[in-house]
Write a protein that binds this ligand. Structure first.
Ligand code: ADP
Length: 246
């Protein structure tokens, strides 16, 4: 993947300045780059107060700042991360974070230029590779959990709208497509019609209530529940492993 140098720098300076801004005096901010399979990830880690849980789902919306004395004191516009997300996703990458008190990691990730995405069927079976996944979501909190849970097996790209997800499918191949219809009324299942190779792509539908999804291409339907998040992730990993071993 080719990225625009200036825009990448703009995003990194936003992440680094946030990390510095929310750190306590004398603390270090760590910037690290790692290669994860076909992807390069740059993470900015700080040991500050963390992003409040309640605020996390709004962090990428324009003009949003955590409602804390610290945020108010430190100023800013609440636009930086919104712009960063648009720039990174516009260049085909993804951006995310994980935060708890005392440790916040914000990261960006891009597919490396000379690695074409392979399909499950093309891989040598003794060499597990990170797969690529598309996740159409309506629930930010759950998206982060899925992202983290599948991290070692799947590189997940998130899209919040059907149109955005369809666009992604036109751009490149995915091994797995996860449609998180949650409580949203709508036509998100139309995404299945936009999958170029539905019989070769694993399609998972996450639903909020137990109902039957009537579509022959759906490999797995999971009823989402806060208590059984681990099972949801285990179910998806199981499906991917069985596809790999088949
Ligand atoms: P700005 O920093 O200009 O207010 P951003 O969009 O970059 O806007 O950040 C939005 C908000 O997210 C910040 O005001 C802060 O509340 C929270 N935030 C971002 N990064 C961090 C971080 N590393 N630690 C704690 N809070 C953060």
């Amino acid at each position: 993947m080719t990225v625009d140098y200036d825009r990448l720098q703009q995003v990194l300076s936003n992440l680094i300045s946030n990390a510095a801004k929310f750190s306590r005096e004398g603390e270090f901010v760590e910037v690290k780059g790692v290669r994860r399979g076909d992807y390069a990830r740059v993470s900015v880690v700080d040991s500050g107060s963390g992003i409040p849980k309640k605020f996390q789902e709004r962090i990428f919306t324009p003009f949003s700042q955590a409602d804390t004395a610290e945020s108010r004191k430190k100023g800013g516009t609440g636009l930086g991360l919104n712009i960063s997300k648009r720039l990174i996703e516009g260049m085909g990458g993804s951006i995310g974070f994980r935060s708890e008190e005392g440790k916040t990691t914000c990261w960006i990730e891009f597919q490396l230029a000379d690695t074409e995405p392979q399909r499950i069927d093309d891989q040598p079976s003794n060499e597990p590779r990170r797969l690529s996944g598309l996740h159409l979501k309506d629930d930010h909190d759950f998206a982060e959990i899925l992202h983290t849970g599948l991290e070692n097996d799947v590189h997940l790209v998130n899209e919040t709208t059907l149109a955005g997800a369809k666009r992604r499918l036109q751009e490149r191949a995915f091994d797995i497509v996860i449609i998180d219809i949650g409580l949203r009324e709508g036509n998100d299942l139309e995404l299945i019609d936009a999958v170029p190779n539905p019989d070769k792509t694993k399609i998972v539908v996450l639903i909020a209530v137990d109902e039957k999804i009537d579509n022959a291409y759906v490999d797995l339907t999971i009823v989402k529940s806060r208590e059984r998040r681990g099972e949801t992730i285990a179910g998806i990993i199981g499906l991917l492993k069985s596809a790999r071993d088949a």
